[in-house]
Ligand binder design. Structure first.
Ligand code: 13P
Length: 343
């Protein structure tokens, strides 16, 4: 391990008001997104789609890193360029999703544990050799009647910390992602309580496993009311609850927190991130950034729809969303940006 390189990569992922493009959907998830738009679910089309995303002109103005999936890193662009090389050539740091998915947690109906620790050491060594410089592991925490349980929170926090320690030893920056899901009718206050407990437990485990906080990125969910909660809070209330929760749980040594979008609309995700940076910039020790999947990709995938003739327009839509979120990092996003003819 070269500790300096890890710290530099972690910093680079959140510097210059840029964010991370999550394009690491597993095959089942990518297929689900394709099916919703009537796009055939083939390896060739998954490649075409991702080639369209990564060759977006000017993408590196707002995107520092791209999280890829194992299938993608072994593919080549239409012109024969290896996919990882195309990412590097685009001025973007290539990363990789390494968890093997969230599986049912034994004895705890409705709860999940992310698998993938067995053999991870060897996989990380291969990924480093291939040129990947950061990794992602996603744990999911559902809110519902009687859940999350302590068992679920602790098992996932422990796995996240062991994954993070292995990454740093292999020379990759770990993105630590404990996602508290939006599904449910819970209030924002309930989400706050759960998120606070989850983050406390995760950082306790990271400390126990001696993970270097300066060499990681936290990928957090915003503190939100459940999707079917009667009271949907304002942008300002979400910003306040989220920052308050993070200030109480995330050590200042962590260079950056990059939010997932989790099913929020693209515009709302930008507005909420913007509000946090407008209102709390002077109080926060870490960069507040983005690592969106759907909130960056959704307009582009709808335009592309499986037809490469649509790629230039789809790329403009991706560029626009990335640019909006870069503005949100600087507290300069506003709704007028969405009216721009250039989008
Ligand atoms: P969403 O922004 O679509 O939630 O995806 C982010 C991600 O990487 C989930 O692991």
């Amino acid at each position: 391990m070269n500790p300096k390189e890890i710290l530099d990569t972690a910093k680079a992922l959140v510097s210059d008001s840029k964010g991370i493009l999550a394009m690491d959907e597993s095959n089942p998830t990518c297929n689900k997104r394709f099916a919703a738009l009537g796009i055939p679910r083939t390896a060739e089309l998954r490649l075409s789609y991702r080639e369209m995303l990564i060759t977006t002109p000017g993408l590196c103005e707002s995107i520092s890193g791209a999280i890829l999936y194992d299938e993608t890193i072994r593919q080549h662009l239409n012109d024969g360029t290896p996919f990882i090389k195309a990412v590097v050539d685009a001025g973007i740091i290539p990363g990789i999703k390494v968890d093997a998915g969230a599986k049912n947690l034994a004895g705890h109906p409705g709860e999940k544990i992310s698998e993938g620790l067995d053999g991870l050491n060897d996989r990380l060594a291969e990924y480093f050799k291939m040129g990947l410089r950061f990794a992602k592991w996603r744990a999911v925490i559902a809110i519902g009647s009687g859940i999350p349980s302590q068992a679920c929170i602790e098992a996932n926090a422990h796995a996240l910390a062991r994954y993070a320690a292995l990454c740093q030893e292999a020379g990759l920056v770990p993105i630590v992602e404990p996602e508290v899901l939006m599904e449910g009718d819970h209030t924002i206050e309930h989400c706050y309580e759960v998120t606070e407990e989850v983050l406390h437990t995760v950082f306790e485990q990271l400390y126990t496993q001696e993970v270097k906080l300066e060499g990681m990125i936290l990928k957090a969910s915003m503190v939100l009311p459940g999707l079917t909660c009667q009271k949907q809070n304002t942008v300002e209330e979400v910003a306040e609850a989220t920052v308050k929760c993070l200030l109480r749980t995330v050590p200042a040594a962590v260079p950056g927190i990059a939010f997932l979008s989790g099913g929020q609309s693209a515009e709302l995700a930008s507005e909420r991130l913007n509000s946090m940076n407008v209102r709390f910039k002077s109080q926060i020790p870490w960069a507040l950034s983005f690592s969106f999947g759907r909130a960056l990709q959704q307009p582009a995938i709808e335009i592309w729809s499986g037809n490469n003739l649509n790629s230039p327009v789809a790329q403009k839509a991706l560029y626009h969303r990335a640019n909006c979120n870069r503005a949100a990092r600087r507290g300069k996003y506003n709704n007028d940006m969405e009216k721009n003819d250039e989008k």
